[in-house]
Design a protein around this ligand. Structure first.
Ligand code: F0G
Length: 348
């Protein structure tokens, strides 16, 4: 049985005797070798498949801690702004803990699966006519005025939970990778991984730390441009963010690790998503593919030495966003229930 991250890593988390041991079986996700990508780049690439978490994204690691601590502290409701995955995760864990969930999402810019999840789990979903950054600013004001727990990644418990993915990677590999490649939106996750790797070293489990490579979509790359973007745009709606809350955390992860934060175009993101699906057999959502798109881009520029051990984080499942997948896919060939016709279509 999967115990979930709260119990598995209780010594490294703010887990007390009063914390309800909430779990939907999050964490312990696969670290899968990527032979086709490794051959294409001559590096040694592994994929951390975070879409295997209960609600289909890495958010569950942070949410299980944030919601259990909210319950411990007596909260009756949780609230977040979200591009979708945080909303789905908050809704699920709040349902499990018996709390009310309120989520504010950018109207028209949330993938279908994520919206379905939030609604199905019984969250109150407000679609704001604005972007994620505006939604987060509103949520920050609401928690000042009402007794409701904020479960965005500005809540330190979220970062605490998400750092456990770095622990798992080190445990699976026996050491840290040379490079950790990760999509960056609100920048909580890159901050969390860096904290996780450092903490795992302080605990004496690993010696060397990885370089952190973050990737933002070209039209939503405030960290690369060095200033907030008022109207971020990208097909990868999960990372359509113009003013990341964990800005400093991302910059620290980059600079302290000797890493980088770079951009990838929407075309590069979608190409990487297809490549992963068609050569590695892994269907991730567009934002997740930014990590692989980034490594492919830098390998193409000769910036990836042969045999470098790279872990790319696939942050969410491709099933979250069927619309984007179908938009670029060929239509199914419709046939009559007729053997000869089917053989004809197959060229047999
Ligand atoms: N990948 C996916 C699938 C995401 O949903 C997100 C963020 C990221 C990457 C970026 O992670 O924000 O920690 O830098 N999604 C948030 C949400 C913003 O509301 O679901 P980050």
């Amino acid at each position: 049985m999967k115990s979930g991250i709260l119990l598995r890593y209780r010594d490294y988390l703010p887990f007390t005797r009063l914390t309800p041991p909430l779990s939907l079986g999050e964490g312990d996700t696969p670290l899968v070798p990527a032979p086709a990508l490794s051959e294409a780049t001559r590096a040694d690439i592994w994929l951390k498949v975070e879409g295997c978490n209960p609600t289909g994204s890495f958010k569950d690691r942070g949410m299980v801690v944030a919601v259990s601590k909210a319950a411990e502290e007596g909260a009756k409701a949780v609230i977040c702004a979200s591009t979708g995955n945080t909303a789905a995760s908050a809704a699920a864990y709040a349902a499990r803990a018996g709390l009310r969930a309120i989520v504010i999402v950018p109207a028209g810019n949330i993938a279908l699966g994520k919206l379905a999840q939030a609604l199905m789990h019984g969250a109150q979903v407000l679609a704001v006519r604005g972007n994620f950054d505006q939604a987060l600013a509103l949520v920050r004001q609401l928690v000042e005025r009402h007794p409701v727990a904020l479960v965005n990644s500005v809540n330190p418990y979220r970062i605490e939970g998400q750092k456990t993915a770095a622990f798992e990677i080190c445990e699976a590999m026996g050491k840290a990778p040379d490079i950790l490649a990760i999509p960056v939106g609100n920048a909580g996750n890159i901050t969390a991984y860096w904290r996780g790797f450092r903490q795992w070293r302080e605990a004496g489990h690993i010696r060397a730390l990885p370089r952190m490579w973050g990737f933002q979509a070209e039209g939503a790359a405030p960290l690369v441009r060095g200033e907030p973007i008022a109207e971020p745009r990208t097909v990868a709606t999960a990372i359509r963010i113009g003013n990341p809350a964990s800005w400093q955390g991302a910059i620290a992860a980059r600079d302290e690790s000797g890493g980088l934060i770079d951009t990838v175009s929407d075309d590069e993101i979608l190409a990487a998503q297809r490549l992963l699906a068609q050569t590695e057999g892994l269907f991730c959502e567009p934002a997740s593919a930014a990590s692989v798109a980034g490594v492919l881009k830098l390998a193409g520029q000769g910036k990836v030495p042969p045999r470098t051990r790279i872990v790319c984080v696939l942050t969410g499942s491709g099933l979250k966003d069927p619309d984007t997948a179908l938009a670029a896919a060929p239509r199914p060939t419709e046939v009559a229930p007729d053997l000869a016709e089917i053989e004809g279509v197959l060229g047999w």
